[in-house]
Each structure stands twice: as C-alpha cells, then as structure tokens.
Design a protein around this ligand. Sequence first.
Ligand SMILES: Cc1cc2nc3c(=O)[nH]c(=O)nc-3n(C[C@H](O)[C@H](O)[C@H](O)COP(=O)(O)OP(=O)(O)OC[C@H]3O[C@@H](n4cnc5c(N)ncnc54)[C@H](O)[C@@H]3O)c2cc1C
Length: 374
Amino acid sequence: MTEHKDVIIVGAGPAGVGMASLLRRIGVENMLVIDRYEVGASFVRWPQETRFITPSFYSNPFGQIDLNAVNPASSPALSAGVEHLDGTAYAKYLQEVLRDSGAEALTSTHIVEVSLTQKGSFRLFSSSGQKWVTPVLIWATGEYQFPDKNVFEGAEHCLHYSRVNSWRDFKQDDYVIIGGYESAVDAAINLLEQGCRVKLLTRSAPWANNHIADPSISLSPWTRQRLQQVMDNRYFEIYEDADVTSVLKTSSPDGGYRIHTANGRAWCSHQRPILGTGFLCGGGARQLAPFFDWNAAGFPLLTPEDASTRFPGLYLVGPQVRHEQHIYCFIYKFRERFAVVAKAVAQQLNLPLRDDDLKLLTEDICCQDDRCHC
Ligand SMILES: Cc1cc2nc3c(=O)[nH]c(=O)nc-3n(C[C@H](O)[C@H](O)[C@H](O)COP(=O)(O)OP(=O)(O)OC[C@H]3O[C@@H](n4cnc5c(N)ncnc54)[C@H](O)[C@@H]3O)c2cc1C
C-alpha cells in the first residue's frame, strides 16, 4: 500500500519539528514527519556533558524569541528551566513542540530510497517496506549523524566527537584532539575536567578572532569563556599551525598511533586520537545527492525558496542551507528560512496565508548580515 501525503518531512530535529509546527499553523493537515530514530535523535546522541553554546532565555512576549526555539510560541528555557540545555533536555523540548503542533509523526522509520513518480511527485521507501507519495518533500536530516570520516589519511583510526557517549567513560591518560573549533575545544575541556592530559592540534586559533561576530566561523563566547578557564591548566598543550595530514596505527606491541602534520611534525598517542573536525559537507542531504545540484564548496544549490534547483517540490531545511555568504548552521539562523519554505508550500498546495502566520520570521537574507559594524 502506498499512502499519499500532501507534505512529508524527513528528519525530526529542530529543522523538521520547526517546519512541521509552522506548516500545521498555516493549515497543512495531511502531513507526516518521519525520523529513523526518535524525535531529537541527534541531541539524544550528544555526549552527556555537552551543553548548548547559544543561551536560552524566555523573551518571546517582547518580540525576541528564545534563541534556540523552533517556533515563536515556545522556549527551551521555559521547557527545561536552564540557560544552556543538554541534548536530552532539548530533545524533550522538541518532542513537546511536535506533540503540541498536532503533526503526525512516525519514528524508528528510516527512509532508504526516494524516487520520482511520472507526475513529478516523490515516492519514499522505508527500510521496513513502507511507501508514501507526496508532491512536497522537506528534507531535514541535519549533519550530526554524518561525520566526515575522510578528513585525512587514517582518519578512520580516530574517534569522532559524535561517537562519544560520555567523557566520564575515558580513563585518565594522555589524549590528542584534532581540530580547533567548538567540538574539539569542548572535548578538550571535558577531558581536562576528567583529569586527563590533552594535546590540542589545530590549524589555527579561532579563539584569537575576537573581531569575527559570526559564531559559524569563530569560537562562540560561551566556549571562549570556558576555554579561558583551562588555558593555564598544566595538563593542557595547544599546538597551532598543526595541519594533520595522516594518522597511522603503529605496529608496536602496546599499540598506539602516530599523528603527522604538513610541516613535518609528529606526535604519538596510546589512545585513539579524537576528531573534532566536523561533519560531512552537505550532511544528510548527501543521501539525496542526485536530487540536488552541488556547488564547488560541496553544498546543495537552492532556489530563493530553498528548493532544489533540480526538483522544485523538494525543499532543504537546516544547517546545510547556504545563500551567498550566509551560513545557516545555528538554529536561530536556519529557523529564519522556515517562513520562506512555508510560503512556497502554501502556494503549491493553494492554502491561504495570513500575515500573522509568518510573523517573527524574516525572509529577506539581506537583513541577516553577520558582519558586525560596531
Ligand atoms: C556539539 C554541538 C553543539 C551545538 N550547539 C548548538 C547551539 O548551541 N546552538 C545552535 O543553534 N546549534 C548548535 N549546534 C548545531 C545544531 O545542533 C544543528 O544545527 C541542528 O541540530 C541541526 O538540526 P537538524 O534538524 O537539521 O538536524 P538533526 O538535529 O541532526 O536532525 C536530523 C534528523 O534526521 C533524522 N534522519 C537522518 N536521515 C534520515 C533518514 N534517511 N530517514 C529518516 N530520518 C533521518 C535523524 O535521525 C535526525 O533526528 C550544535 C551542534 C553540535 C554538534
């Protein structure tokens, strides 16, 4: 049996849940949200100690919605009662938002194939043989579950940040961390808190970029502040200008790894080096690679409505959305695109829109200049 839906959203993270909530608000009834795990699955899989970098605060009634909210009516700060939520608390918040929206959701359902019908709709297949057809497919599969494992030769020997359950599971020893941004610095701070010795190998020192306002390309104030507190820790060594080119497993009887950099330096580590080098460029959109045109930087090309330039009924929401110099990798950034997609979907489905439906969400990317002029 193939079920027909007006809209299908694949992925129930903040992008999928926020989009579902807005589409319900504008009157989309026959819609389904699908996730291969649970709602907020990526957050459930964060290391237990990881906290939100962006603070949450209930300022919604004054027109400034909580930075981490996915719709104007909700607030993670109110939901969890804390400013920097952990992954479990944020997943719970997403579950509340989805439940309140009344959207139909199907979890533990992995979409493994998408094809086109003769009429240009999308046919979706799950790993357990379910089938759906929809004219509007919203792809919201994120990045976190798609780590980049090919950053250099031998990267497969390393442990990626996204595979860590808890830093408390690490024994007191020496660790090498590769990377210099949010996840690498978070790993370093957590391991130092466990009493470990840490060497951080980084190409540059993003914490030195005080003048860059955009947290997508420099270190956030929260991480910078935490880093300051461990800078003098005698167990902490930072090696800047360390462009790692390979990690080799040594053949010595007690195991170990050798880490090489482009400028000829090398380090040894008994423990698997930890990768804080980010995620696959294009993230979960790579699952639908033939459905998008891709730019030279490895991101899907999108219309001004955030649809695929190849298939207008396929929309992308979440951190892989890029327009010119704008990087939408934080929730407060990519939620600004929900209204753009909702308007296009409403047009496609012939739904009337009230101005009120799209308030607090900006369409005009010119207003989203990250460069600080102060
Ligand atoms: C350590 C860390 C800290 C962060 N801190 C912040 C922060 O403080 N503030 C902030 O704004 N952002 C932060 N981010 C970034 C933010 O988490 C992401 O931008 C956000 O999670 C992206 O949301 P999403 O819904 O696109 O993806 P996800 O939350 O990853 O959701 C995607 C969903 O799609 C599902 N899925 C994938 N493929 C399929 C498939 N084929 N079939 C069915 N389901 C599928 C997955 O199970 C998943 O639930 C942080 C990221 C990391 C890694």
